[in-house]
Write a protein that binds this ligand. Structure first.
Ligand code: GLN
Ligand code: ZN
Length: 762
């Protein structure tokens, strides 16, 4: 039986973020469209060449995107909202970028008088990749508006590569779409017609196969979605192309029977997230269905134990043709481990990035086709790395193990209930009603970023950099005093990123130089690699806090990132449950919280920006996640006495379905994003009888617009319709690091004036 190797998609940003730089050059008017197109073609050619050289048999095309593959699909279908003023069928690159970035180049939701807002952006399933949410309005006309998929197929062919084009499936696309006064599924027939046309074009261009991604099949589906799947895949396979239907990010479970019985030629299943579905899929899959086994982790950076995998796959390969593949597109991992000069050899041998993952798949293929001896050396190396990782003292710290083993419920509980704590804290902090504060960061100006870059390059010495940061901090503290804020922050100028800053100071984390992963558009992140047991060798923020508090008599908040957020924004261990890694991080943060208190800090904010993002894809798994996530937060926070006020911040606007968990975090103050939702969000908190204090964000920091005093007063009055005045704080929606001082100053002035007005009215 034959074994082949496929990649479902390769990172599109390029090994050194070439796409990012090409895009930003074009957007700033420093290059022409022709130059951008040429750069993109070069990246595609390089990606095909690389994958082919590594030995992949099935190369993807149309996995490239200038911004986002969901947006590509929207454009293909001509789902162009009216505000862009372009009829379906006539879209060009300018329309595409307008949909991606708005016509003023601002991100989603930033209406400020002129230009058109971008499409909304949100997280792609449970990844840290963001897609542009498709929009559909009643009566909208769709029409094919992009020939990208056919063009890129032809482009590869001209270069000598026979590819399997990748297309986001219609049912997933409709499921992700937002309808204005219409149910997106009302467009099913129209969308199906357009997909049929595209597939027909591909067949004419000479394609034999197409990969259609329907990750939605790993989620809870309703009847309408299931019916749509049946309908779509009754029709699409009849158009002359063989379809590899790709599912990923989880198990098919209750959708298994549906999926294996569709008249498609192949089915891809994720066996990393869902190893247990292997046997079930084998039993259920008809003989003629080509199975694509996602055996190498497309979501994480660990090297696989190839012999162990072979033991699983060999018996299957003896009975049927199989394709070996990463669990999902390699979009979610960095390109090439060979570009990491700074990672030491011990850690490096445990890792595999996109290129190395394809090499692993090819090794598996060679072993299955030619016998294990054929690749004995590679298998041995993989086995040695796996064995070393199991026992390395770099990973396993007995002190951490002992500490996590002795965590008790008492360690997660504050000394007294909220009401008692609040009374003690009120006596100490003596804050006015409607106290004002900010979320933590102040503008990371070009100057701040430049100083950091120079320091990293070694051009700016430690002492000079430190002096620069102190001056910046002092100026910010002084300004906050002048502005009349009640609880101050130090401004976070010393932090490159709210997770990386802590990861760099904790044992158990490693960092890459070129390990970039696309977050959205041209924006890339380098997630920390959590490889070992976590501990905190020494205090991380206490000195900065002490310095800042020393400048003022007003209370200075300690500022930390919470354990769940650090976990969710990192590549994490696959040799222990996420919850175990999270508990270790929680203990490290707890140490910092206790040290801050000891240094005299009266209020400590532990940000959990990413707590909600970690929710599992299946509703049934939510509670278990929330239980351990909240436990970890409490563990990080509850080491302090009643007098210390614990804050948290969460930057999203969906809380209703997780309110009990938010309540269980037992914070003294929570700040949340609400400005854009007219405080409606607080209804849920009120209905739930949320007991402690809330700072509902009074203005949107994602846009440069400065709010007026009146509008803030009005918003806070709306808030009082739901919550008692003594529960309310006044703060912006989120940190101010992306804004300019010219915007921040008048906005905060307006906020403070509004709070003063509210105090008079009470
Ligand atoms: N303290 C952080 C800041 O102000 C919080 C940011 C966030 O949660 N996204 O930047
Ligand atoms: Zn935020």
């Amino acid at each position: 039986m034959t074994v082949t190797v496929a990649t479902l998609g390769f990172p599109r940003i390029g090994p050194r973020r070439e796409l990012k730089f090409a895009l930003e050059k074009f957007w700033s008017g420093k290059s022409t469209e022709a130059e951008l197109l040429e750069a993109a073609a070069g990246l595609r050619a390089a990606a095909w060449a690389r994958q082919a050289a590594l030995g992949a048999d099935w190369l993807p095309s149309n996995d490239f995107s200038f911004y986002d593959h969901v947006l590509d699909t929207s454009l293909m279908l001509g789902a162009i909202p009216e505000r862009y003023g372009v009829a379906a069928g006539t879209a060009d690159l300018a329309t595409y970028f307008a949909m991606a970035r708005g016509t003023t180049g601002e991100s989603a939701g930033c209406a400020h008088g002129h230009g058109h807002t971008a499409q909304e952006m949100t997280k792609w399933f449970d990844t840290n990749y963001h897609y542009m949410v498709p929009e559909l309005a009643a009566g909208q006309k769709l029409a094919l508006s992009s020939s990208k998929i056919v063009d890129e197929y032809r482009e590869a062919k001209a270069l000598g590569y026979e590819t399997r084009p990748v297309l986001l499936g219609p049912v997933t696309w409709l499921s992700l779409a937002k309808g204005r006064d219409v149910d997106p599924f009302d467009f099913l027939d129209e969308v199906l017609g357009l997909y049929s046309a595209v597939l027909t074009q591909l067949a004419h261009a000479g394609a034999e196969w197409v990969q259609i991604d329907e990750p939605i099949l790993a989620l809870d589906l309703d009847e309408r979605q299931r019916a749509a799947i049946t309908r779509v895949y009754a029709k699409l396979p009849r158009l002359g192309l063989k379809i590899m239907l790709a599912t990923y990010f989880g198990a098919l479970e209750d959708n298994l029977t549906l999926a294996v019985n569709l008249p498609v030629a192949g089915l891809h299943v994720d066996l990393v997230r869902a190893p247990d579905q292997f046997d079930k899929v084998l039993v259920a899959a008809p003989k003629g269905l080509l199975l694509s086994l996602g055996v190498i982790d497309g979501r994480n950076i660990w090297r696989a134990d190839l012999e162990k995998l072979l033991d699983r796959i060999e018996p299957v390969a003896a009975t049927r043709d199989i394709v070996l593949a990463p669990s999902c597109s390699l979009l979610h991992v960095p390109v090439d481990l060979a570009l990491e000069p700074k990672l030491d050899d011990e850690i490096k041998q445990w890792l595999a990035f996109a290129a190395q993952k394809i090499d692993e798949l090819v090794t598996l293929k060679d072993a299955l086709n030619g016998g294990r001896d054929w690749v004995a050396e590679k298998l041995a190396a993989s086995g040695r790395a796996a064995a070393a990782r199991k026992v390395s003292p770099r990973i396993h710290d007995p002190l951490v193990a002992a500490r996590t083993a002795s965590i008790t419920e008492a360690m997660r509980s504050r000394q007294s209930p909220y009401a008692a704590r609040a009374a003690v804290q009120a006596g100490i902090l003596a804050l006015p009603p409607f106290p004002t504060t900010t979320i933590g960061s102040f503008p990371q100006t070009a100057e701040v970023r430049h100083a950091r870059a120079e320091h990293n390059r070694g051009n700016l010495g430690d002492a000079a950099y430190e002096r620069f940061l102190r001056e910046e901090t002092e100026r910010t503290v002084r300004w906050q005093e002048e502005a009349g804020l009640d609880m101050l922050v130090h401004g976070e100028f010393e932090r490159n990123d709210m997770v990386q800053y802590f990861g760099e100071q904790l044992a158990g984390f490693a960092f890459t130089v070129n390990g970039w992963v696309q977050s959205y558009g041209s924006r890339c992140v380098r997630p920390p690699i959590l490889f070992g047991d976590v501990s905190r060798p020494k205090p991380m923020t206490v000195e900065w806090w002490r310095y800042a508090q020393g400048l003022t008599a007003r209370p200075m908040k300690g500022m930390l990132t919470g354990p769940v957020t650090i976990l969710n924004w990192s590549f994490v261990r696959d040799d222990q449950p996420r919850s175990a890694s999270c508990a270790q991080i929680a203990l490290a943060i707890r140490d910092e919280v206790v040290d801050l208190e000891r240094a005299g800090c009266k209020a400590i904010q532990i940000d959990e920006a990413a707590l909600r993002e970690g929710l599992p894809l299946r509703k049934r798994d939510w509670q278990a996640y929330l239980d351990w996530a909240v436990d970890c937060f409490r563990l990080s926070a509850a080491g302090v006495g009643d007098a210390t006020q614990i804050h948290t911040h969460m930057c999203y606007s969906e809380f209703n379905d997780i309110l009990p968990a938010i309540g269980a975090m037992d914070t003294d103050v929570i700040s949340i994003e609400t400005a854009r939702s007219q405080m409606e969000l607080l209804e849920g908190f009120a209905a739930y009888r949320y007991p402690s204090a809330i700072g509902p964000g009074v203005y949107d920091i994602h846009a440069p617009r400065v709010p007026s005093v009146d509008e803030i007063v009005r918003l806070m009055q709306l808030a009082q319709a739901h919550l008692a005045p003594e529960q309310l704080w006044v703060n912006p929606d989120c940190g101010l690091k992306t804004r300019k001082w010219e915007e921040v100053k008048p906005a905060i002035d307006a906020m403070v004036s509004a709070a003063r007005e509210l105090r008079v009215r009470v």
